[in-house]
Write a new protein. Structure first.
Lengths: 312, 335
């Protein structure tokens, strides 16, 4: 019981931090309003999906280094398909592709018994190569309505991009978490051997968790394609960002704890920090350094905290 | 050793490969070269194409020349993999060192430029070492992160020196492009370097500590090893090696770019893995990695001759790492 309170306290703290940062942004730039919030949410879109995917595999006790590459594959596939066919079937194909790529990652981890970090490192390069094979240089096109859907806000005071994140994550995650599979994911993450002895199909659970991660990466790839209007075969900087957001969001590296709400709020926090640095007229390259330092710092603190927790 | 008689032949074969990774690797290298010769007759043996000579020294020299920087970066991976780590910042460190050296040598002269370039590698390495050894972040994540920060720093630095122009120190271009007896001059740097790494791994206490930490970290710690000091020294050394490789590569390419040595990173990991170094620690050899680097260069030539696109090559390297690791896990039954 106290564990639940503690977990919610962490999320509440993150929301408070987000709120403070928003007020700070408003104080620095009094004209920061709805349109500013909307552009933050839009830029956060691919990061949020990468983080959601990463959070699922971290909860199951693994890590997926290939998220950025899988997003690149999905983005170029979406751009190539949308040039030739209608938007909806293309989206469905891309989502299926993401799921299958995730299943391949998970399947290789379970079948070869090679540690996840090594398998997904190798797959990072495999998927990067696949993206380059599909589209050698940036190109393709994105359906117009998809590009429009992430702009503006249909519901007052809620940017569409934010609503899309909430909707996609809720549709995939909430039913999953309530199901038997969701319980198996948490069980496998907290103690694989105990889960196995309690009758959880550990291997299958892991594979499906990686599949879900792949599907979130497909959402991320679609959002990349609709943000830029084209497909870009080179993976973006989503790996470190998603690991940092997952750790900041209260998911323990090693598995079994945390949810998806915390990491997604953490993504927004990291994006707002970037906005604040831009508003302060910091050189964008210096911003990259500061961001990188924050991410490494967050991961370091998170790891140190996990170790202390393990020692107790 | 009488245990071995009861083991299955598969396990014995695995043990043989583990103990002597260089022998099958050399055979494989020769096989690859033979295949290359079949694909493009006369590339290795000029007499078949109507020219003089039994074996083209130019081709062999070229093969060795381009394998040297790869083998040096593979040394970073071998050393860190001995402790179950990895150094993914090596490619960026090499690039940073090359960039810093090229831009500073026109202002301050070659010697300070080289020294500053090397110290860049040392700084990144020490940060990696502190992250891995003291804070206990997973090496993969730590080195990725410092690589990210280093890239950002290089971009800021590039803005500052954009007008200064660049100059490649004469020593480096001599090492990188010159030839003595049709063998690349890079060997003058590489042979002492390789001997140093052999000596470090085989005959020093530091080398034994690396193997000990990789085999069983808890046991090593309980025997009184101060693990964090070893990690800091190891990653600092790895950073220095990466910077040195970057300098040599600069002399070879004679151009500065913000992604000079980054494409070498994955092949360097692949070279170490092919060379029989375990990514899980406790087992590895630099001789294997050197042969691994040669194999990768031959493979590269082959893929270029077959006009494989860039994507297929990247994919293939990923699959090689995965397959070799999976086979290792299967044969030896260990993780």
């Amino acid at each position: 019981m106290s564990d639940i309170i503690k977990k919610n306290a962490w999320v509440a703290g993150l929301v408070a931090l987000l709120f403070v940062l928003l007020v700070l942004t408003k104080a620095i730039q009094p004209s920061f309003g709805m349109s500013g919030l909307e552009s933050v949410a839009r830029a956060a879109l691919p990061f949020a999906f990468a983080t959601a995917g990463m959070a699922v595999v971290v909860i199951v006790g693994g890590i997926d280094l290939s998220v950025a590459s899988m997003m690149a594959v999905c983005a170029v596939t979406a751009a190539v398909l949308m040039e030739r066919m209608a938007g909806v079937p293309a989206i469905l194909i891309v989502l299926g592709l993401g799921f299958v790529m995730g299943l391949i990652n998970g399947g290789l981890i379970v079948l070869t018994r090679v540690p996840d970090i090594v398998v997904t490192l190798a797959m990072l390069f495999v998927w990067e190569g696949v993206a380059l094979l599909i589209l050698e240089s940036p190109g393709g096109a994105t359906t117009e309505w998809l590009k429009q859907s992430i702009r503006g806000s249909v519901i007052p005071f809620v940017p569409n991009a934010l609503a899309i994140i909430a909707l996609c994550v809720a549709v995939v995650w909430i039913p999953l978490r309530r199901s038997k599979l969701g319980i198996s994911i948490y069980a496998t993450g907290s103690d694989e051997l105990a889960a196995f002895r309690s009758g959880v199909a550990v291997g299958r659970t892991k594979i499906v968790a990686y599949g879900v991660c792949g599907m979130f990466c497909a959402f991320g790839g679609l959002s990349l394609a609709s943000l830029t209007g084209i497909g870009e075969p080179v993976p973006g900087p989503y790996l470190m960002a998603s690991v940092a957001a997952v750790v900041l969001g209260g998911v323990v590296l090693g598995g079994g704890r945390g949810g998806l709400l915390g990491p997604i709020i953490a993504v927004l926090i990291l994006r707002i920090v970037r906005t604040i640095l831009t508003l302060l007229a910091v050189d964008p390259n210096v911003t990259t350094i500061i961001e990188g330092t924050i991410m490494v710092g967050v991961v370091m603190l998170g790891t140190a905290a996990t170790l202390r927790g393990a020692r107790k | 050793m009488n245990m071995a008689t009861t083991d299955s032949s598969m396990v014995r074969f695995g043990r043989f490969l583990r103990d002597n990774p260089v022998i099958p690797l050399l055979a494989f290298l020769v096989l690859m070269i033979a295949v290359l010769e079949v694909i493009r007759p006369g590339i290795v043996t000029p007499f078949r194409a109507g020219r003089d000579g039994l074996i083209s020294t130019f081709w062999v020299g070229n093969l060795i020349k381009f394998a040297i920087p790869l083998a040096m970066l593979a040394a970073c991976q071998v050393l860190t993999m001995l402790t179950a780590g990895i150094d993914l910042s090596a490619g960026i460190v090499a690039t940073v060192a090359a960039f810093v050296c090229a831009t500073l040598s026109s202002i301050w002269g070659p010697v300070p430029a080289v020294l500053i370039a090397m110290s860049m590698g040392l700084v990144v390495g020490v940060v990696n070492g502190i992250g891995v050894g003291v804070v206990r972040v997973h090496p993969l994540i730590m080195t990725l992160g410092t690589g990210l920060i280093a890239t950002g720093c290089m971009q800021v630095y590039q803005r500052l020196v954009i007008n200064a122009g660049s100059e490649i120190p004469a020593v480096l271009s001599w090492l990188g492009t010159g030839r003595t007896f049709s063998m690349p001059n890079g060997l003058f740097l590489f042979v002492p370097f390789a001997l140093f790494v052999f000596w470090l791994m085989r005959f020093t206490g530091f080398g034994r500590l690396l193997f000990a930490l990789g085999s069983n970290e808890n046991a090593a710690k309980l025997s009184g090893v101060r693990a964090w000091q070893v990690y800091v020294a190891l990653y600092a050394l790895s950073g220095l090696i990466a910077a040195l490789a970057g300098l040599l590569y600069l002399g070879m390419i004679r151009q500065t770019s913000l992604s000079l040595a980054s494409p070498l990173l994955l092949p360097s990991v692949a070279a170490a893995v092919i060379g029989g170094t375990s990514i899980f620690g406790g087992r590895g050899s630099f001789a294997g990695a050197i042969v691994g680097a040669l194999i990768i260069r031959v493979l590269d030539t082959m893929l270029t001759l077959m006009q494989m696109p860039e994507g297929a090559r990247t994919m293939l390297f990923g699959l090689i790492i995965l397959t070799v690791t999976a086979i290792y896990v299967r044969i030896t039954g260990s993780r």
